[in-house]
Design a protein around this ligand. Structure first.
Ligand SMILES: [Cu+2]
Length: 69
């Protein structure tokens, strides 16, 4: 498993946390996804594939949040 932390500056509350975690956690290749509200980021363990990262970014985008990169 590989770890990545994505910065999502729009995260502000528990609703953001649950929306993002429930969108990312079920994706193929994702082991865990945990939002840190205070740090405005998402810590993810995944299979290391670039396509998984792209799917994660797309899923976060679909929830109305933008990943800062
Ligand atoms: Cu929120």
């Amino acid at each position: 498993m590989t770890e990545i932390t994505l910065s999502v500056p729009d995260i502000s509350c528990g609703h953001c946390k649950s929306s993002i975690e429930s969108a990312v956690s079920p994706l193929s290749g994702v082991e865990t996804a945990v939002v840190d509200i205070a740090d405005r980021n998402v810590a993810i363990t995944y299979d290391g594939s670039d396509s998984t990262v792209e799917a994660i970014v797309a899923a976060i985008d679909e929830q109305g949040y933008t990943v800062a990169r």
